[in-house]
Design a protein around this ligand. Structure first.
Ligand SMILES: O=C(O)C1=C[C@@H](OP(=O)(O)O)[C@@H](O)[C@H](O)C1
Ligand SMILES: C=C(OP(=O)(O)O)C(=O)O
Length: 433
């Protein structure tokens, strides 16, 4: 797909529902008794993979796009049934890691796989705590990656043991996986992280009736709650809004309003970093959806300055680092991004792929062990970009192209389908041609 430099972006859009919250709404709805009604669900490939897996596990899920409602007919904590085939999570790390926690609590064997990218991503990080809990989980090829097999020989009702897990990485996927296994364990299960990752699991499970507490960097859950079906209105995804925030800030004379965006403090690092860089972003109409704060964002073109992005802010903007790297190319001075080695184990190695592709466009950027250093101010020019089929990379370069001279060709551009199927048409809506 070819992209070109554009004039100002103006107008109002609503980005699709939050990916993390959409996954959890299906999963927790399946484990609750009765009906869960989800509105503004993200119909991206990753969340559709979650629906497909839970249907394979015997859950009835009706999707009615006309009424914008997904209805999950929950069967309670012990209502899942053995799937006929291997579960396929597609490209979704969130599905793979969270569902594994749930499946370790069941009495039937399951195996799970996903696409080529998922088969390279580390699963040892969940196998270690789950094994400590007494779960039977193994990597079929013995390389700590998918495909995984769970409960291969488990025959009776052996319960998991609650553990107090000190996670070496700040990861909501690890935390959620262990807490979900904790629903089926003997005694309390807790997870302590080195810094706080997104807390949607804690907030939503509590809404469904779980006994779950959060204290600083620790979340703890009591087993065997009675979960009841719930209405969930999914806020707009701040990770998707990030591309329009960046475009609005970078392209001269732009003014963009993004409606109904989730601004949970464990996700809003992009706003804090942009403000540190001098961004003009205003929050309006702040409301609450089941503990999740939501606001409209008014973004205006701004002169940007370099900054350091490091430490505890990293987990709150982990998926936004590719687009922050693009912003840094247009900021005065040197931006340093560190403590972000997790980027190497996402859908692609996002440090190398960003540095390689931005260098092709003429940016002054180098990779470090755990991040990047970018000297802003060098003009970007035409290039061929390899997205490595990573949605965050494709969207970041579609935005970079708005400021680059000549043609930017993005290979594999259609992978935006993973988290934002209408991304290109929404971008066009904001462009004054
Ligand atoms: O829990 C979640 O919904 C997610 C957690 C993050 O992953 P990690 O927990 O592996 O950092 C994030 O990158 C992913 O897009 C969604
Ligand atoms: C890393 C991501 O997702 P997941 O881990 O669910 O594949 C992402 O959406 O950027």
């Amino acid at each position: 797909m070819i992209f070109q430099k554009q004039g100002p972006l103006r107008g109002t859009i609503a980005v699709p529902g939050d990916k993390s919250i959409s996954h959890r709404a299906i999963m927790f709805g399946a484990l609750a008794e009765g009906i869960t009604e989800v509105t503004n669900f993200l119909r991206g490939a990753d969340c559709l993979s979650t629906i497909r897996c839970f249907r394979q596990l015997g859950i009835d899920i009706n999707d009615d796009p006309a009424s914008d409602r997904i209805i999950v007919h929950g069967k309670g904590l012990y209502g899942l049934t053995p799937p006929k085939d291997m579960l396929d999570v597609g490209n979704s790390g969130t599905t793979m890691r969270l569902i594994s926690g749930i499946l370790c609590g069941q009495n039937f064997p399951v195996s799970l796989t996903g696409d080529e990218s998922i088969q390279r991503r580390p699963m040892g990080r969940i196998m270690t705590p789950l094994t400590q809990m007494g779960a039977e989980i193994e990597s079929i090829r013995g390389n700590n990656c998918a495909p995984l097999s769970i409960n291969k020989t488990k025959k009776n009702n052996t319960r998991l043991r609650g553990i107090h897990y000190k996670s070496p990485v700040a990861s909501a996927q690890i935390k959620s996986c262990v807490l979900l296994a904790g629903l089926y364990a003997e005694g309390e299960t807790s997870v302590t992280e080195p810094s706080l990752s997104r807390n949607h699991t804690e907030l939503m499970l509590r809404e469904f009736g779980a006994d779950i507490k959060s204290m600083d960097l620790t979340a703890a859950i009591t087993p065997n709650p009675h979960l009841t079906g719930h209405k969930i209105q999914v806020p707009g995804d701040i990770s998707s809004a990030a591309y329009f925030i960046a475009a609005g800030l970078m392209v001269p004379n732009s003014e963009v309003i993004i409606k109904n965006v989730g601004i949970n403090p464990t996700r809003d690092g992009i706003l804090r970093v942009c403000k540190q860089m001098g961004a003009d972003i205003r929050l309006e109409n702040i409301i609450d959806h089941g503990g999740e704060p939501v606001a409209d964002l008014v973004v205006r073109h701004s002169e940007l300055y370099s900054t350091e992005v490091s430490g505890s802010v990293i987990p709150t903007l982990i998926d936004e680092i590719p687009i922050i790297a693009v912003l840094a190319c247009f900021a005065k001075g040197q931006t340093v991004i560190k403590d972000a080695a997790e980027l190497k184990v996402k859908e692609s190695n996002r440090i190398d792929v960003m540095v390689d592709n931005l260098s092709r466009m003429g940016a002054d950027i180098i990779a470090t062990e755990d991040g990047m250093i970018i000297n802003g101010g060098k003009p970007l020019h035409s290039a061929v970009i390899d997205s490595k089929d990573d949605h965050r990379i494709a969207m970041s370069f579609a935005i970079a192209s708005l400021m680059a001279e000549g043609d930017t060709e993005i290979r594999g551009a259609e992978c935006v389908n993973i988290s934002y199927p209408n991304f290109y048409s929404d971008l066009r809506k904001l462009q004054i041609l």
